[in-house]
Ligand binder design. Structure first.
Ligand code: ADP
Ligand code: MG
Length: 376
């Protein structure tokens, strides 16, 4: 699929969306000291847009004349790129807008996509300034390719687009509880993990999924039904210009999942995490097999009953991507195309790409190659 790659033009006009509050608050300084000189060498002209508040980047890219820019660069954590993706998807011309190559430079405390892209490029595992240098070098080279997104729908009617992961329970609690330690940089997650371990709790709900490949336990009860009009209701307006891509694998949240889905028998979890990139954080290699456009949601869940020691062991092993080798009976992994999570109570925090989401029933499916990203 050679034509899926492209290269940024020279000279290159880059709009850099930069969150000065991200990470330890040094994104602007680091940009000027590390990034700017390298971009100048590579004939990339950077126009910096400093965000003043949450949602600022979302509004900027939703309303921007994109023909002025060859790439939209985010210098922050994953949260700001999440705003950019969803701002672009709100545009009436989203299909055209999503062809604009995006780029992530790690300026935040949670830089999972930057760490993943560094890993896909075959670079050594690095963090902090070295990761920033590697990602800036990747931007200087200017190669870009397609990336999958996951469309998430909530019971209250929200439709969100996610490039990194959806979480519930322990991992999401760590993510949100540790935001007060953002000044620690990536170490905020280590401290947060230890704190959340101390008050370890169980989350009740039902998890269902559509496996990527048919399960080994024989043929499904009902073969997957082709999506035809009338059978699975498509969102109103499908096909009209500007309408969002339909979730052809999902049925409305009010209805049971289709018969060929798998429903997890256990209904008590420590965490559920659906990840679509390799890294959950700079030092957490959660899905070593994940790639930018593998058409796959890597679904992990931890069943209730796991001890604190075993849980800690899993997180320590995740630094090397070796957590599945522990063969812990409480840790489950399945590659899927779609999933649904129905929490029993509005308890616990949910996160999308590290950003908090009100706890309610959610389902999602992968949309292959929906955007473009600068990669190594
Ligand atoms: P980090 O990895 O440090 O969490 P993120 O990029 O995820 O960095 O950003 C965290 C949050 O900061 C996002 O929700 C974003 O909307 C918000 N944000 C963006 N600009 C600002 C600003 N100027 N002040 C405060 N918050 C901001
Ligand atoms: Mg964040």
């Amino acid at each position: 699929d050679g034509d899926s790659y492209g290269v940024l033009p020279r000279p290159c006009r880059a709009l850099v969306l930069l969150n000065p509050q991200s990470g330890a608050g040094r994104a602007l300084e680091d940009f000027q000291a590390v990034v700017q000189p390298m971009l100048a060498e590579a004939d990339v002209a950077a126009t910096v847009f400093v965000t003043e508040r949450p949602h600022h980047a979302h509004e900027k890219v939703r309303d921007e004349d994109l023909s002025q820019w060859d790439t939209l660069v985010v210098m922050s954590g994953d949260g700001l790129l999440y705003e950019v993706v969803n701002g672009l998807m709100e545009r009436p011309d989203w299909e055209e807008a999503m062809k604009k190559p995006l780029c992530i430079l790690p300026g935040g405390s949670g830089n999972a996509l930057a760490a993943s892209i560094n890993y896909y490029a075959g670079n050594d595992h690095v963090a902090k300034k070295k990761l920033l240098t590697n990602c800036t070098f990747i931007l200087c080279k200017g190669l870009h390719t397609q990336m999958d997104l996951v469309s998430l729908s909530t019971a209250s009617g929200k439709r969100l687009f996610s490039f990194l992961g959806f979480g519930w329970g322990f991992i999401s609690d760590v993510d949100i509880d540790s935001e007060k330690y953002r000044w620690l940089g990536n170490a905020r997650f280590t401290l947060g993990t230890l704190q959340c371990l101390a008050k370890l709790r169980v989350y009740q709900g039902r998890l269902s999924y559509l496996p990527l490949v048919p399960t080994a336990q024989g043929t499904p009860r009902d073969p997957p039904e082709p999506v035809t009009n009338g059978h699975i209701p498509l969102p109103a307006g499908t096909g009209a210009p500007g309408s969002l891509p339909p979730d052809s694998l999902l049925v409305p949240l009010g209805q049971p999942v289709p018969a060929h889905w798998t429903v997890v028998p256990e209904e008590e979890f420590v965490t559920v995490y659906a990840i679509y990139q390799s890294h959950l954080g700079t030092n957490l290699l959660m899905a070593p097999a994940a790639r930018l456009r593998d058409g796959c949601i890597h679904l992990f869940y931890l069943k209730a009953g796991i001890s604190r020691t075993a849980l800690l062991r899993i997180f320590l092993a995740m630094a090397r991507g070796a957590h599945l080798d522990l063969n812990c009976p409480y840790l489950c992994y399945v590659p899927v195309q779609a999933f649904r999570l129905e929490p029993r109570a509005a308890a616990g925090i949910m996160t999308v790409d590290g950003e908090a989401l009100a706890c309610e029933p959610v389902q999602g499916q992968v949309h292959g190659r929906l955007c473009r990203i600068v990669c190594g």
